[in-house]
Design a protein around this ligand. Structure first.
Ligand SMILES: Nc1nc2c(c(=O)[nH]1)N[C@H]1C(S)=C(S)[C@@H](COP(=O)(O)O)O[C@H]1N2
Ligand SMILES: [Mo]
Length: 327
C-alpha cells in the first residue's frame, strides 16, 4: 500500500504563486546574480592573469632581433650578489609589472604587443666630454667585457618584492666611457615616449610624460647601479623595460626607469615623474627604509610568486654597498 503525503494533495494549487515558491525564486535570482558575478570575476581573473606561457610570450621581441642577440647569453654570473631568499619564478615576475606607459594596472603584459624594442637608440650626453649614441649592438659589443648576470632583490614602494637575475652592465662603465665633466652632479634617465606603441601613454595626458628618474652622480657610479639588458638569461621582456632599463636595488622600484632612451649628465637634481606628481610620497632620494613610512607603512613586503610576507630591510639589505653614500 502507498502512503500518500499531503504534498500531493496541496489544496492551494491553481494560479496563485504559493509563498514558498516566490521566496525561492528570489533566492534563485540572487544566487544567479552572484553566480554571474563569480563567473565574470573568474573570467576577468583568468584574462588578466594569463598562463605562464602567455605572459612570457607576450613580452618577447620579434624572433630575428632576439636571435641576433642570442650570442651574448648566458652572460657570466657575478658571484658578488645573492638573493638571500628564493628566486621569483620568471612568469610570476612577468605577470605583475609596473609600466605606466602601457597600463596603470599590473597586467601590462596584455598591452605591450605594439611595442618595438629593436631597433633602439640610447644617448648618453649632457655634461660630459665624450657623448655617446649607442644602438643595441653597440651597447652589447662595446661593453661585452662588462656584461654579467646579477641576482638582485627588488622592492616596490607598493610593498611587493621579487628576486630576479638581471643581465647587464654596471652603469659606471657607461658613464666613464662618456667621461663626465666636473660640473656633473646628477644623472637623469629618460624613458621612451611613443604613444603609438604605448596605449596608456597615448590616452592619459595627466601624467608628466616621458617617464623620468634621477640619481646623484655618486649613486649612479656605485657598484650596485646596473643597466639591465636581459632578465632570466634572455633579452628583457617588453613588460620589464626592454631593451634597456636601470636597476637600483637599494631604492624603491620606481627609481629604476624602464626602456631608457637617454642618460643625461646634469648639474642639479632633475625633476622626476613620480616626484612631480606627489613629492611627499615620492621624494628624490627614495632609499628603501622600513623606518620611514610613506603615506602607508613600509615595514614588510610580499614576495611575488610565493605570496610570503617578510620584513623589509634598510637599503633593501644592501647597506654594505651603499651606506657610505649617506654617512
Ligand atoms: N618607464 C617606466 N619605468 C618604470 C615604471 C614605469 O611605470 N615606467 N615603473 C617603475 C616601478 S614603480 C617599478 S616597481 C619597477 C617595476 O619593474 P618590473 O615591472 O620589471 O618589476 O619599474 C619602474 N620603472
Ligand atoms: Mo614600484
Amino acid at each position: 500500500m502507498h502512503i500518500h503525503t499531503s504534498r500531493s494533495h496541496d489544496p492551494k494549487g491553481g494560479s496563485e504563486t504559493p509563498e514558498p515558491v516566490f521566496t525561492s525564486r528570489r533566492k534563485w535570482l540572487l544566487a544567479t546574480g552572484a553566480g554571474a558575478l563569480a563567473i565574470g570575476g573568474l573570467a576577468w581573473w583568468r584574462w588578466s592573469r594569463g598562463s605562464d606561457d602567455e605572459v612570457i610570450a607576450a613580452g618577447r621581441w620579434n624572433p630575428d632581433s632576439e636571435a641576433r642577440l642570442a650570442r651574448f647569453y648566458p652572460a657570466r654570473s657575478s658571484e658578488l650578489f645573492e638573493y638571500g631568499r628564493a628566486e621569483t619564478p620568471a612568469a610570476a615576475a612577468a605577470r605583475y609589472t609596473n609600466f605606466y606607459e602601457f597600463s596603470q594596472f599590473k597586467w601590462c603584459w596584455k598591452y605591450v604587443g605594439r611595442f618595438q624594442p629593436d631597433p633602439w637608440k640610447l644617448a648618453v650626453d649632457g655634461l660630459c666630454r665624450q657623448p655617446l649614441e649607442l644602438d643595441l649592438d653597440d651597447l652589447y659589443q662595446q661593453f661585452a667585457k662588462d656584461l654579467q648576470e646579477r641576482q638582485y632583490r627588488h622592492r616596490c614602494v607598493e610593498k611587493w618584492a621579487m628576486a630576479v637575475p638581471w643581465t647587464g652592465i654596471p652603469l659606471a662603465a657607461v658613464l666613464q666611457a662618456a667621461d663626465p665633466l666636473p660640473q656633473a652632479t646628477h644623472v637623469r634617465f629618460v624613458s621612451f615616449d611613443r604613444p603609438s606603441e604605448a596605449p596608456h601613454r597615448a590616452t592619459s595626458d595627466i601624467f608628466p610624460w616621458p617617464y623620468t628618474e634621477g640619481l646623484t652622480l655618486p649613486e649612479a657610479m656605485n657598484d650596485l647601479t646596473f643597466l639591465a639588458l636581459g632578465v632570466y638569461g634572455q633579452p628583457l621582456l617588453k613588460q620589464h623595460g626592454a631593451p634597456v632599463r636601470l636597476v637600483v636595488p637599494w631604492k624603491y622600484g620606481y627609481k629604476s626607469a624602464k626602456s631608457i632612451v637617454r642618460i643625461e649628465l646634469v648639474g642639479r637634481e632633475p625633476a622626476t615623474f613620480w616626484n612631480t606628481l606627489n613629492p611627499a610620497a615620492y621624494p628624490f632620494q627614495s632609499n628603501v627604509d622600513p623606518a620611514v613610512p610613506r603615506p602607508w607603512d613600509q615595514s614588510s613586503e610580499r614576495l611575488l610568486g610565493s605570496g610570503d610576507v617578510v620584513p623589509t630591510q634598510k637599503y633593501n639589505g644592501y647597506a654594505k654597498w651603499v651606506a657610505g653614500l649617506y654617512s
